[in-house]
Design a protein around this ligand. Sequence first.
Ligand code: CDP
Length: 217
Amino acid sequence: MLSAEPFIIALDGPAASGKGTLARKLAEHYNLELLDTGALYRAVGWQVLQSRGDPENEEDALNATNWLNDIDLSNPALRRESTGAAASKVAAIPAVRQALRDFQREFAANPPEGKNGTILDGRDIGTVICPGAPYKIFITADVETRAKRRFLEEFGEDGSDQEYEEILAELQARDERDMTRSNSPLKKADDALLIDTTNSSIEAVFEAAVTFISSKE
Ligand code: CDP
């Protein structure tokens, strides 16, 4: 890699595949500024729900993008699976993706002083937002494994079987919507490393990512 080339890691994958955890570990290891792009779509979806709009309505969803700067991205309500569902509905609207695109590209290309580069996690980072990123990773896992992780995150050990089944159904619906939308569908970039996290520890996934990045440096 030429030293002048920006250090950008594009990390994509379906819901609850472990992107967030891997992104945080890589950001720390390489001293990178991290952007969880899903949080932007979640914030837009949340804002639409708060204003009693319809996440599938273009006008409602676009209006909500104007509030992005006012939304606390660490609000736990953003993490709920119901917010995830609204996020994937607004995310299927091309005008919403367009509204968020420049912000994400600017972020990727301009790491703050003191950082070595950037890492963005999402669905279309390697394919659309940063197709020239030198390091692309696509992580995935069985849908049942992902549903179990999300269920434990949301309900802890107290959740019921019915709540698990609901989370599983919501994740399946979200995967379907994210993979089949015509604009920027969830898809592995040809030059991305594929990591299946179904039976892997966080450490093993992290090691695989670091080995891949070293092999390209
Ligand atoms: O955390 P989780 O993997 O469940 O989802 P997320 O990354 O927070 O993303 C929430 C939703 O936003 C996804 O289901 C996608 O529909 C949408 N999204 C997207 O379309 N493009 C991105 N770059 C990031 C998220």
